[in-house]
Design a protein around this ligand. Sequence first.
Ligand SMILES: Nc1ncnc2c1ncn2[C@@H]1O[C@H](COP(=O)(O)OP(=O)(O)O)[C@@H](O)[C@H]1O
Ligand SMILES: [Mg+2]
Length: 268
Amino acid sequence: MTSPLFEVQNVTLRFGGVVSLNNVSMHQNRGEILAVIGPNGAGKTSLFNSLTGVYAPQEGSITFNGEHGALSIIGKKPYRVNAAGVARTFQASRMFSAMTAFENVKIGAESHKGLGVVGAMLRGPSTRRHERETDERAWSLLRFVGLEQQANTLSASLNYGARRRLEIARGLATSPSVLLLDEPAAGTNPAEKNELTTLIRRVRDEMGVSILLIEHDMKLVMSLAERLYVLNFGSVIAEGAPDEIRSNPAVIEAYLGSSDAGTAQGGL
Ligand SMILES: Nc1ncnc2c1ncn2[C@@H]1O[C@H](COP(=O)(O)OP(=O)(O)O)[C@@H](O)[C@H]1O
Ligand SMILES: [Mg+2]
């Protein structure tokens, strides 16, 4: 049996008196589209930050079994975790708004070559071959997400749906094994949500990249995820397939008792 891609064991993360992850254990199988859901403040972003080296939990272990073998994540810097094959998008967009769509994806591909984002921008003359390869990679990713026509549009001028797709292209520029998406449909309309659902499934099916997803929109998450974990107050309260989660009394209780009830109730 192959080892899971991510293995999280008994992870606890505290900020002063606040426990944002409480003895969390979970795993992601290779090739899986996995989702983490839960009310606001449940610890979803904290979990993502712990999986990507942004936060270092005080207790527990996180192992990533990537192409280069097993990596113990806690205590590793985000660039190391990224180089091992873990890419992410952010809840609040960190796109360079004064750059074009093409430039944003290219920066992602360049930073993967070990120059870092600033190094990539300040980089002196490089070989033509290297330049051509990064350009080709950026173009093929823009085509993949359907933004070829808007390659030269400033990121700030793109609509929400296009910006979300550009973030996915930039995440893929580092050739990851797994892509972590923090609320990829935030701010989008129903048509854009449908496009994103299709795109995220294609990332897994056509590129073989595993997907780990945080999402508030229940319709999107239930149609996309093969398995889900539910967090509440920093603890895992349920795990299972969409149908199991929908009918889980603890999950219904967590959502009905929160300010998310209005949005989640109808969708669960
Ligand atoms: N950098 C931080 N400093 C202090 N508290 C934090 C920090 N990051 C997260 N928290 C706390 O951890 C808890 C979970 O937050 P978060 O992971 O953002 O939840 P979610 O993404 O599910 O809404 C909250 O109580 C939040 O205030
Ligand atoms: Mg969050």
